[in-house]
Design a protein around this ligand. Structure first.
Ligand code: ADP
Ligand code: MG
Length: 579
């Protein structure tokens, strides 16, 4: 609650102005019935046209003022609601940008989408409703009661009518609330589910088609959709039923009032009293209805408030060390050292264990091992995509946790195993992450990455469109663009996670040669599956089941490391092995 309230502080002056207009509206409305009574009593009762006119003008003026106030309040409350929602969305989004894998797992992407859209909309609705009505109801309730007593004509039983009416309404709403309340939190979870399935299916459309599972997926979506529909129908039906019931209660009360008054009417003034009393009674009951309504909306919004605050208050696990909040723009030499590093996903079983090795600048260090042996995990630890569970990683002797994260990542050209391109054109993708770049920078990067051929093949060249996720380029082209993107950073450290697997052997060889020529003093870490890709590396590290089982050059490893020999045997011919 507190986390969210903070976002209203900025708009305190708007809130104050809105409340002022609200009070104005309430005062005007409280005046109207008493003028009505005066008009009837002094004007109609005395058949005095001048008095009728004077009351009439005042009433018109009051109504107009109330109207202007109401419109202003409506405008201001919507404005505040929209502004707070915008701020919240922005804040949630920036927070999520800093999430590490662990935090994503905690929430799931679908839930994060619901939280930053639907849940924030709920908060927006509550804001508007509260600003519009929360002050209005108490003023009308208290003011209306005072005025009602004044016009009750000394009839005591009238007070009872109002008290009973309020009790009936409060009980009705409380009843509805206890039934509906649990459904609201269920509903948000069901929206999460629908979102998740939609995201799942839309991104996996190709697989769904290829396996002809449309029917199954449709059913999956339909089930989640039907669940959500059921819950929301249930709650809206119950809420819809409240309104006619309320109307019946209100009309019954009006009848009661007329009936009670009818037994006491002796002169015209009593009729004037009755008219005013009825209006005030209505205002009092209405204000109680509004207050109860808040109790209906609040629980629903509360679910959303909690869900949004959860995101905002989540401690981001990867953060800067104390006093390192500002990037200094420093550039490293690039000597990387892993010392007894272990890591377990989500704090669970260790995926990699006791990893110790050095990757020097000016050298190529290769990681090889079967799938699932922990290669990606090891290299992801370097740019702090996650933090080591045990041990430490240093660059030029400095623990990476003591380096500003921005500086750290600026110094690493990283090509992840799963390449993602962004919608835009080739230039914006290759120059991604650079503050400014020239055509030559891009050209050099794509030349090294062996991407210039297919870029130049298309007459649009660098302006060629890339669709979302890079869906309109082939796997190998995507890999080369991702490599070019990393190279264009001109960093002292490069990490290629299985970045050559989708390339044909010829391109693979050419790319490695260009890398060797151009990388100079950089520290290059290559993860590969193919022995051919890394044969010439200065150092090869063999991983098996999360542990290092061999380290050295190709020729030595063939003799000393059985795992490496097995991998090599499965890929190379006898002659190549004995070379
Ligand atoms: P490689 O890159 O060598 O194929 P990975 O480093 O991707 O292997 O995976 C090593 C181990 O960690 C595997 O057993 C895999 O199941 C596990 N793993 C990888 N990513 C995650 C993740 N995000 N959450 C939990 N476990 C993971
Ligand atoms: Mg991998």
């Amino acid at each position: 609650m507190k986390t969210i309230l903070k976002y209203y502080r900025k708009y305190w002056y708007l809130i104050l102005i809105s409340l002022a207009f609200l009070t104005g509206e309430a005062i005007c409305e409280l005046q109207l019935p008493s003028y009505m009574s005066g008009l009837l009593n002094d004007g109609v009762g005395a058949s005095d046209m001048a008095v009728i006119w004077s009351y009439g003008w005042k009433m018109i003026l009051l109504s107009l003022t109330a109207c202007v106030c109401a419109v202003t309040v409506g405008f201001l409350s919507s404005l505040i609601g929209a502004k707070v929602a915008r701020d919240l969305r922005f804040e949630v989004f920036s927070k999520v940008m800093n999430f590490a894998g662990e935090e994503y797992n905690k929430f799931s992407v679908a839930s994060l989408i619901t939280r930053s859209t639907n849940d924030i909309t709920q908060i927006q609705t509550l804001t508007i409703f509260t600003l519009r009505l929360i002050m209005f109801a108490p003023i009308m309730g208290i003011g209306g009661s005072v005025m009602a007593v004044k016009y009750s004509g000394g009839i005591g039983s009238l007070a009872w009518v109002i008290v009973v009416a309020i009790l009936v309404i409060v009980i009705l709403i409380a009843l509805a609330l206890t039934i509906v309340q649990p459904k609201f939190s269920k509903m948000q979870k069901q929206i999460d589910k629908v979102n998740q399935i939609a995201v799942d299916e839309l991104s996996g459309m190709m697989v769904i088609r290829a396996f002809n599972t449309q029917k199954h997926e449709e059913e999956r979506f339909e089930n989640a959709n039907a669940d959500l529909t059921r819950t929301s129908l249930f709650t809206s039906r119950l809420m819809a039923m409240l309104i006619p019931i309320m109307t019946i209660v209100m009309n019954g009360i009006m009848l009661m009032i007329v009936w009670i008054f009818s037994q006491h009417i002796e002169d015209f003034s009593q009729i004037a009293n009755m008219v005013a009393f009825m209006q005030y009674a209505l205002q009092v009951i209405m204000s109680f209805m509004i207050i109860s309504m808040i109790f209906i909306i609040l629980p629903r919004a509360k679910v959303s408030i909690v869900r949004v605050s959860e995101v905002l208050t989540t401690e981001v696990s990867i953060k800067n060390a104390e006093g390192k909040d500002e990037p200094t723009g420093e550039r490293f030499k690039g000597d990387v050292k892993f010392e007894n590093v272990s890591y377990g996903y989500g704090g669970g079983a260790l995926a990699v264990e006791n990893i110790t090795f050095e990757a020097k600048s000016g050298q190529v260090t290769a990681l090889i091992g079967s799938t699932g042996s922990g290669k990606s995990t090891v290299v992801s630890l370097l740019p702090r995509l996650m933090d080591v569970t045990e041990g430490k990683i240093t660059i030029d002797g400095v623990d990476i946790r003591d380096i500003n994260i921005k500086d750290l990542r600026n110094n690493i050209g990283f090509v992840p195993q799963k390449n993602i391109l962004f919608s835009g054109d080739i230039a914006s993708n290759v120059g991604y992450g650079l503050e400014n770049f020239t055509q030559e920078d891009l050209q050099k990067a794509v030349d090294i990455a062996q991407a210039s051929e297919f870029i130049n093949y298309d007459e649009k060249g660098f302006e060629r469109e890339i669709s979302q996720g890079g869906a309109n380029v082939s796997g190998g082209q995507k890999q080369r663009l991702a490599i070019a993107r990393a190279i264009s950073k001109n960093a002292p450290i490069y990490v290629f996670d299985d970045s050559f697997s989708a390339l044909d052997f010829k391109t693979d060889a050419k790319l490695r040669q260009a890398l060797a020529e151009e990388m100079g003093e950089a520290c290059v870490i290559i993860v590969a599956q193919r022995v051919g890709t890394i044969k010439n590396a200065d150092k090869i590290i063999v991983l098996d089941d999360g542990k290092i089982v061999g380290e050295g050059k190709h020729q030595d490893l063939l003799k000393t490391c059985k795992t490496y020999l097995d991998i090599a045997k499965s890929q190379l011919s006898e002659e190549e092995l004995s070379l």
